[in-house]
Write a protein that binds this ligand. Structure first.
Ligand SMILES: *[C@@H]1O[C@H](CO)[C@@H](O)[C@H](O)[C@H]1NC(C)=O
Ligand SMILES: *[C@@H]1O[C@H](CO)[C@@H](O)[C@H](O)[C@H]1NC(C)=O
Ligand SMILES: *[C@@H]1O[C@H](CO)[C@@H](O)[C@H](O)[C@H]1NC(C)=O
Ligand SMILES: *[C@@H]1O[C@H](CO)[C@@H](O)[C@H](O)[C@H]1NC(C)=O
Ligand SMILES: *[C@@H]1O[C@H](CO)[C@@H](O)[C@H](O)[C@H]1NC(C)=O
Length: 643
């Protein structure tokens, strides 16, 4: 068998005619094609991650986190006419297979690339697909053209789903994208799962005269009658005269093996056809039936049946008991947390370890075995698979947030319908306990004015980070006192960030979520339903006033004129009775100037008109300045809830 593979390995065929009619075909990739930078006969340039198997399979990435695989045709191709500079027509076809680590979850995808160099220096893995990075994404000096086959839905790049084909120009935000599919001869559109592990063939055809780019995919080697994506595109500003062609694949916290099984290319011509039955066989692919196999299969059927039953019970057992997704590695280093560890850490999710009920589940205190560090483990039950996928994409971003006033997400784990999120433990609990009293409850502990001021400054700088300082805009959407947690030194740390967006769908509509946080919800939100940085600023205003007054934004038990905190504060403020608004439990022990700053900022942030509200950058500046004269006067009455 080795000899056979050895023999077919040489079937690979390579033709170079004229640069205007450059053509090449790989139906098997030979090891010698990728070895060493200057090895004789090596026509491909591969980076260290890429492996060529003896069977002729080219593996761009393995199932390892955060890899980038690059495979480029070593010789640059003349893409533009040497006389008039027009971009040539070209056509390419390739066969690939994507085998994810976890069947439903891809990680991340690959792309056919035309690039000015084979290095793609500084490119990042994960959602950047090994093409670009956070600082050069979208820059027209990149001269990168790619057709992406993406198996993860990245919200930051506006991906349509986790199984799409997109045309990318200097950016990972696709200029055009479609859900992976193909047309059959009867004109019917059929879905195609890119990460099924099956062989898939793709065609990319560019018409230099008509300036149209077509992308076609199919689960077999006959080309469907219509492309799934046809995009009018003038490549001339994007391409240089000479460019390199090849492939880039990446994995993120979740990983897939990306295989290339064959590739052909033709400039000013039709790419030589590939035949999926000729391409190398691939580990998880089903063998084609033939008569010999049928006989063997008949003999082996009984054995197979027994094996199948054993395997099924084993899988069932694993499905029932194993973590569905392994915990992943965060940037600070691999942080493996298994369900078993978390169960142990929380003493089996014992009620005595319950810290409280978070937005979407119970929160337990835990001590991680090994390090002994204290954590808060939030357990969320969610039945919907769609929810899980969105969650994974979202967590991949949120796990990378780092700010001293954010509650750090340490890791996560999934088991069956349970999601477990592990956060830093905040020994002093949430801010609301210190601000709002319940008549029936025990007397609330006190925070000094200095502590309150510092907490607000911390929360403001965390929001500034989310809105402006991180690589993407993150809208918290649920800023409120119970989401501000206090660490050992009573620093305010914003928790539960970003998750509100995902879990709104799953939340029980009969909960009092909307009513309960009414005072924090920007009025335009109920109209437009669209969360913006401005709506976070509004919530911050409600929080700030709550901290000064020691009262909830909406106090249903208060007298009617005092029910809406912001209206009441505005009235007192206008009448010059500003001292009335300060929490009486402070006993007059506070900095008047600072109170003035907070009240003015709070009123401004609470303004009905989003445009009048300051940005978080302004808020941080006012709080750092500590000078009330610096804060502009609030122009008109703030929000009006009765309207
Ligand atoms: C991004 O890539 C460019 C090259 O394309 C490189 O010069 C730059 O240093 C990279 N930036 C980061 C932050 O890695
Ligand atoms: C794009 O990249 C060029 C060169 O790397 C740089 O000078 C320019 O400032 C970048 N433009 C943007 C908008 O980032
Ligand atoms: C691709 O999208 C970018 C950003 O949306 C846009 O500036 C550019 O003109 C688009 N290019 C084409 C060819 O449509
Ligand atoms: C692209 O697709 C369109 C629509 O099916 C077709 O008319 C056109 O000939 C195709 N062009 C190329 C270069 O394949
Ligand atoms: C692929 O090859 C098989 C046998 O090698 C042949 O029967 C089949 O017709 C070929 N298909 C195409 C589309 O060329």
């Amino acid at each position: 068998i080795t000899r056979l593979y050895f023999f077919v390995g040489f079937l690979s065929l390579f033709l170079s005619v004229h640069s205007q009619h450059e053509r090449f075909v790989y139906t098997k990739f030979r090891r010698s094609e990728g070895i060493g930078a200057d090895a004789d006969g090596s026509s491909l340039s591969l980076n260290a991650v890429v492996e060529i198997h003896g069977t002729g399979l080219l593996q761009l990435t393995k199932e390892t986190s955060r890899l980038i695989g690059h495979a480029f045709y070593r010789t640059p191709l003349q893409f533009k006419d040497t006389v008039d500079g027009a971009v040539h027509s070209f056509s390419t076809t390739f066969a690939f297979a994507i085998v994810p680590d976890y069947p439903q979850l891809g990680g991340h995808g690959f792309a056919f690339v035309i690039a000015p160099s084979i290095e793609l220096a500084g490119a990042l893995p994960s959602q950047y697909l090994g093409l670009l990075n956070a600082s050069n994404v979208g820059n027209f000096t990149n001269h990168i053209f790619a057709v992406e086959f993406d198996t993860v839905q990245d919200f930051e790049f506006g991906d349509i789903n986790d199984n799409h084909i997109g045309i990318d120009i200097n950016n990972l935000v696709s200029n055009a994208s479609v859900s992976a599919a193909y047309y059959s001869d009867d004109g019917k559109m059929n879905e195609l799962n890119l990460k099924s592990g099956q062989n898939i063939q793709a065609w990319v055809d560019y018409d230099g005269f008509g300036k149209v780019l077509n992308v076609t995919v199919s689960p077999c080697s006959s080309k469907p009658p219509r492309p799934v994506l046809s995009f009018p595109l003038d490549l001339s500003p994007i391409l240089h005269d000479q460019m390199f062609v090849g492939f880039s694949a990446s994995t993120g916290l979740l990983a897939s093996s990306h295989y290339l099984l064959g590739w052909s290319f033709a400039m000013n011509g039709v790419a030589p056809s590939l035949n999926l039955t000729d391409v190398p066989s691939f580990p998880s692919q089903h063998k084609k039936k033939n008569t010999t196999f049928i006989i063997i299969a008949a003999v082996g059927a009984v054995l197979l049946l027994i094996a199948a039953i054993a395997a099924a019970s084993f899988l069932f057992y694993r499905f029932k008991n194993a973590d569905v997704i392994e915990p992943w590695e965060l940037e600070c280093g691999p942080h493996r947390l298994s369900y078993k560890e978390l169960k142990h850490a929380t003493k089996g999710f014992r009620d005595r370890e319950l810290l409280g009920f978070g937005g979407f589940g119970k929160v337990y205190k835990g001590t991680l075995p090994g390090s002994g560090s204290e954590v808060a483990v939030k357990r969320i039950s969610n039945e919907s698979r769609q929810g899980i996928r969105e969650f994974v994409a979202e967590i991949a971003s949120i796990g990378r947030l780092r700010h001293r006033n954010l509650v750090q997400l340490q890791g996560w784990c999934r088991r069956r319908a349970d999601l477990l999120l592990v956060y830093d433990y905040m020994p002093n609990g949430s801010l609301d306990k210190f601000l709002f009293s319940d008549e029936s409850g025990p007397p609330r502990p006190l925070l000094s004015w200095a502590q309150r001021f510092r907490i607000l400054r911390g929360v403001a700088s965390a929001l500034l980070y989310l809105h402006e300082e991180w690589e993407h805009v993150v809208i918290h959407r649920d800023v409120k006192a119970s989401n501000v947690l206090l660490d050992g030194e009573f620093n305010g740390r914003l928790g539960d960030f970003g998750l509100a967006k995902i879990y709104e769908h799953g939340a029980d509509p009969s909960t009092t979520r909307v009513a309960g946080t009414l005072g924090y919800l920007a009025p335009e939100l109920t109209r437009t339903g669209k969360a913006t940085t401005g709506s976070d600023v509004f919530s911050f205003g409600a929080l700030a006033l709550g901290v000064v007054c020691g009262r909830r934004p909406v106090e249903s038990k208060a007298a009617p004129e005092e029910m809406i905190l912001v209206d009441w504060v505005w009235e007192q403020w206008n009448a010059g009775r500003w001292a009335e608004v300060v929490d009486p439990s402070l006993g007059g022990d506070y900095e008047r100037e600072e109170v003035e700053v907070i009240v003015k900022v709070g009123l401004m942030c609470s303004h009905l008109e989003p445009a009048v509200r300051p940005t978080m950058r302004d808020v941080v500046r006012y709080l750092d300045g500590g000078d009330a004269a610096e804060v502009p006067d609030v122009p008109s009455p703030p929000a009006d809830y009765e309207g």
